[in-house]
Write a protein that binds this ligand. Sequence first.
Ligand code: GTP
Length: 349
Amino acid sequence: MRAVVLVGGEGTRLRPLTETIPKPLVPLVDRPSLDHVLDHLAAHGVHEAVLSSSYLEERFRSFIEARHGRPRIVWITEEEPLGTGGAIVNALEHLGDEPFLALNGDILTDLDLTAMRAFHEERRAEVTIALHRAEDARPFGLVLTATDGRVREFREKPEEPVPGDVNAGIYLLDPAVLRGWPRARPLSIEREVFPALIAEGRRIYGFRGEAYWLDLGTPEQYLQAHFDLLEGKVRGIRYPAPYVSPEARVDLRAHLGRWVSVGPGAVVRPDAEIDDSIVLARARVGAGARVLASIVGPAAEVGDGATVVGCVLAEGARVAPGLALEGARLGAGEVVDPRSVTQGSGGPL
Ligand code: GTP
């Protein structure tokens, strides 16, 4: 089976981390989150994955070169961002005549894609949309289905916090259903293509798998994905908790809580205390520093004796020794020292 993985979003909600790293390449414990997505696809028999983006393309090139094994990767450069629907239509010529998977590249899930395919075939569906049960559907919008699973309606984001089935961003599509859609114009699969196909009476079904599912869209969700992986909540993936890369240097006198991940080349100095946080590659946490509920980006630094709580430090950001920050967002390379009074932007995590 083939798949197209959408990796071309700007990742605005995950800024400032995505100022220098495309969202799908942001590390998740020991490797880019896109590696987790591709491994999951390979485990369900996907032999070829089409990746498409127009954004931060250089970074993807080194990712593709470094990646080994299945699935084989085909890269498409979008001249301009084509949106979720446009990117899929644009990839059609690489996807053959059989049903193919299309999925958002920023989702951590253990959904049984093999069962989803069997469901698709049994129903003779033209489109199958994976559904996730959300207790609060406000950020997503609802997908309403009939008792036989047939999708009746895509409903815009509700204003009240109601529970319901939401679009999980994973689809099985018969390529014929997309022929006729324009190739090179921006298009949303959720807002334009699916509602139009429903109105045409096409055979669109919703598949509810009992699965772990999380969209890595925001810093809170990105941290949560780590905690869940460290707790073993994602089927088929196991890490020690806390996770410390073999290439990190953590002083024996440092204290690491259970929900902590420390990336390669990172340095944690004596008496540092880290809880519910991730420290990415080449970052440095100084002696006696405290890092709580925070993301310390690649090559970022928390100085000796400094405290960060609910903070996001983008690549190369630096907090001077002894300072205390709460809820700060530091952009790439930003330095906070006693002379700068800014606490970044944004609220607490
Ligand atoms: P935000 O800006 O924070 O909303 O993130 P995002 O840009 O990634 O948007 P969103 O989460 O809605 O995107 C869902 C998926 O579609 C993600 O995997 C994106 O990478 C991908 N995506 C969004 N827009 C495009 C696009 O124009 N082209 C391609 N190829 N992928 C896209």
